[in-house]
Design a binder for this molecule. Structure first.
Ligand SMILES: [Zn+2]
Length: 242
């Protein structure tokens, strides 16, 4: 099993790791700071190197339980090589800002409009999330959401992630009035959850990467929206750096 370094520290940009497996177009490491595609967040990309040999990693995905670092070029490392990994930090940091912003957007829409978030796609430039039940997202609502979320961002809330045993995570979130129905659907074999806490405003289970304070996000700009099913609206948003 690959140790996921970002689970305890979202700001690790470089790391060393041992190559555990080499396949035709991917390799597996004993530990990694590369986020693997999941939870709506884009996977990291970056470079692995050993001495003069470097390899560009284009995508990281979990395949049959293995965290696979995919490359288009031939893999120049063998099993047992200690490689140095460097993330494409601009890309990753954008994902962090967008992911934390999406949680705040979702929370705002839950509190003020009773909407559930049923999907998301986090990537630099523009991200999106799907909300239900919502027939239409008019200009008045769009404006209210943009102003409301920007007020929260301006509070400079600290963001922290805590690992909690399953039962504790569910009761922690329940007691504070946060949603746990998705958590309860996770197979019992998962005994620990990572809980994301954004000041006193939001808490949720999330394995994604996040900023340490909402001041790093800047301002949200709500973009277009479209209908993506009965009573379901897809809302796009971008960020204006602080
Ligand atoms: Zn998340």
């Amino acid at each position: 099993m690959t140790d996921l370094l970002y689970m305890s520290d979202n700001y690790i940009r470089e790391f060393d790791a041992l190559v555990q497996k080499v396949a035709e177009d991917y390799l597996v490491l004993d530990q990694t700071a590369f986020y693997y595609l999941g939870g709506g967040q884009s996977s990291d990309r970056g470079i692995l190197s050993f001495k003069d040999a470097t390899l560009r990693i284009d995508e990281v995905r979990k395949v049959e339980g293995e965290i696979c670092h995919f490359a288009k070029d031939p893999i120049p490392f063998g099993v047992g090589t200690e490689v140095h990994g460097v993330l494409d930090w601009d890309f990753r940091y954008e994902c962090m800002r967008f992911h934390t912003a999406q949680h705040l957007l979702s929370r705002y829409l839950q509190l003020h409009y009773n909407l559930n978030t049923v999907g998301n796609m986090i990537k630099p430039g523009s991200s999106r999330a799907d909300f239900t039940p919502l027939e239409k997202f008019d200009d008045a609502m769009k404006n209210d959401v943009e102003v409301g979320v920007n007020d929260i961002l301006a509070k400079e809330l600290d963001v922290e992630t805590l690992m909690m045993p399953r039962d504790k995570a569910i009761s922690f979130l329940n007691k504070r009035g946060y949603q746990t129905r998705y958590l309860e659907m996770v197979p019992e074999s998962v005994t620990e959850f990572r809980v994301l806490i954004i000041g006193d405003y939001d808490a949720a289970s999330c394995a994604g990467t996040h900023v340490a304070n909402t001041r790093e996000i800047g301002k949200i700009q709500i973009g277009k929206s479209k209908n993506v099913g009965a009573g379901k609206q897809r809302i796009y948003f971008s960020l204006k750096a602080p």
